[in-house]
Design a protein around this ligand. Sequence first.
Ligand code: SAH
Length: 207
Amino acid sequence: MVAAQLRARGLADARVLEAMERVPRELFVPDESAHEAYDDSPLPIGAGQTISQPYMVALSTILARIPVGGRVLEIGTGSGYQAAILAQLAGQVVSIERHRALAESARAALGAAGITNVEVRVGDGSLGVPERAPFDAIVVTAAAPKIPPALVLQLAPGGRLVIPTGPRDVQRLQVVTRGHSGELRIDDHEACRYVPLVGAQGFGELN
Ligand code: SAH
């Protein structure tokens, strides 16, 4: 997976590629999909949701530039796999998921992988987790119609928000950087396709 899907496509960040080598992806997919765990694609995980393609997990993590020991927020825990990768690089990861059943199975998978620095919460991640802010990096793994202001407010100085934004069918990965004196900068990266971020600052109310 790392050689054929990541290095071959130009991803070279050694810390992130090592993290991708270390975490067993099969622990984060349903048992019946275990034989597809390392495929070059997203996979269904229940509740109409997916575990992201390995390439998008690696790219988002690289763009987030997680500092050693840093505090990271992930929005959209899903399977827990992206959180597991972030946990290899960060000091502490808070990950928030709206579906309780997914949050519970993600906690179990993270436990099975021996990962202890991820806190999985249930709630509307489009509003972030203000009581745990500020974060050195925020990685959003569901597509938002536009950049949620609440998330920008929760970035530490020097922090980075990685988020797919755009309409429901196709989006662009954007990175918002908060400078050390508070100024914001937005950079556009790859086109991508994620499930929608619902919620108050996403595509609408949770149901
Ligand atoms: N990071 C996940 C990808 C999951 S897909 C992984 O590695 O497997 C995106 C997830 O975002 C879905 O589980 C979906 O339920 C969740 N989601 C969508 N809108 C949300 C919101 N407002 N708050 C929290 N989670 C949300």
